[in-house]
Design a protein around this ligand. Structure first.
Ligand code: TRP
Length: 328
């Protein structure tokens, strides 16, 4: 049985791009009975950027509610909050002492973030070692990640190999499991309201859990359409409205909208209204469940607490093994 583990950033309510591109595929992967799956909310990593405790908690609750709303089965996935298993910070320290400073300075994501963010703290720099600890603490075999995380996975493998080598140069016995990244080939590309990839840092996101009024406003204001008169034919293929609609509806529905746009007499306003409906109706189960969880955070907490208990069992065993080898 392979153990599949992944961490989720908790920088805010997941948007449409997260739901289609990450949450749904991860939930599908977790359904495979051949895998044992661990999924956690990386709220200790969030501290590198968010210093408001109430905000941290709120983000965690929104992320957890969104995953549960999208169908994550917490009976089959160990679903927990990173900070509920503080063992990870101890392992991160050991790993840091086995990883060359020079190699840390080559991390792309640190360079990218330190160019962009105002608060460039030491935690941001050591982020990859905490991520390595997230993975190695649980003896994970496979780690589904986006391409932007591959270097972090490489660092994780490298630090695990260094430690394994130190404790048994013959490699007859491995102290830590060296994980493999899992990248999906056909990741669904979800355009944002500006046509670029949908991403929180670009302010081009749509929140499928927002109330319909707010969602309508986002669609109308954020998606810029040209001033082609209502009667004139329009090109669906150069339109984000159509692209998003097509991602959310059946082939027949998408073909119908494309035909109406090409025929003329059908405006961008009509298309935007159809997009709004596709989101509100298409995600109505998720929206209802999300609202339920957000109004019953004690249920969300209970799920996370159960996950933390399960996670701590494995974490304690790995850490005991590592401590003993290190001489503590
Ligand atoms: N760094 C990951 C991201 O930005 C989130 C993450 C933290 C993670 N710890 C992890 C992913 C461990 C996989 C495994 O998306």
């Amino acid at each position: 049985m392979a153990r599949v583990l992944t961490g989720i950033q908790s920088t805010g309510t997941p948007h449409l791009g997260n739901v289609l591109g990450a949450i749904r595929p991860a939930i599908d992967l977790a359904k495979n009975p051949e895998n044992e799956s661990f999924l956690f909310i990386a709220d200790l990593h969030s501290l590198t950027q968010i210093k408001d405790g109430a905000q941290l908690r709120k983000n965690t609750h929104a992320v957890a509610s969104a995953w549960l709303a999208c169908g994550l089965d917490a009976d089959r996935t160990v679903f927990y909050r990173q900070s509920d298993v503080p063992e990870v910070t101890e392992l991160a320290w050991y790993l840091s002492c086995y990883f060359p400073y020079q190699r840390m300075t080559l991390a792309h994501s640190f360079k990218e973030k330190s160019d962009r963010l105002k608060d460039v703290n030491a935690g941001l720099f050591s982020y990859p070692m905490l991520m390595a600890a997230d993975i190695l603490l649980y003896d994970a075999h496979f780690v589904p990640v986006g391409k932007d995380q591959l270097q972090h996975l490489e660092m994780t493998r490298s630090v695990a190999q260094r430690i394994n080598h130190q404790f048994d140069p013959t490699h007859a016995r491995e102290l830590l499991v060296v994980p493999e990244p899992l990248t999906r080939e056909n990741v669904m590309l979800v355009p944002g309201t500006d046509g670029e990839k949908m991403s929180k840092s670009k302010a081009n996101t749509l929140d499928i859990f927002a109330d319909p009024k707010a969602l309508k406003k986002a669609i109308n204001k954020q998606i810029v359409t040209d001033a082609t008169p209502l009667e004139d034919p329009k090109d669906p293929d150069s339109s984000v409205v159509y692209e998003l609609y097509a991602l959310l509806s059946s082939e027949a529905e998408a073909a119908e909208m494309a035909a109406k746009l090409r025929a003329g007499g059908y405006g961008w306003g009509h298309a935007k209204k159809a997009l709004l409906e596709a989101i509100v109706d298409g995600f109505h189960i998720e929206r209802e469940r999300f609202a339920h969880y957000m109004a019953h955070l004690e249920e969300v907490e209970a799920v996370l607490q159960k996950g933390a208990e399960q996670a701590r069992e494995t974490a304690g065993q790995t850490l005991a093994r590592v401590r003993a080898e290190m001489g503590y």
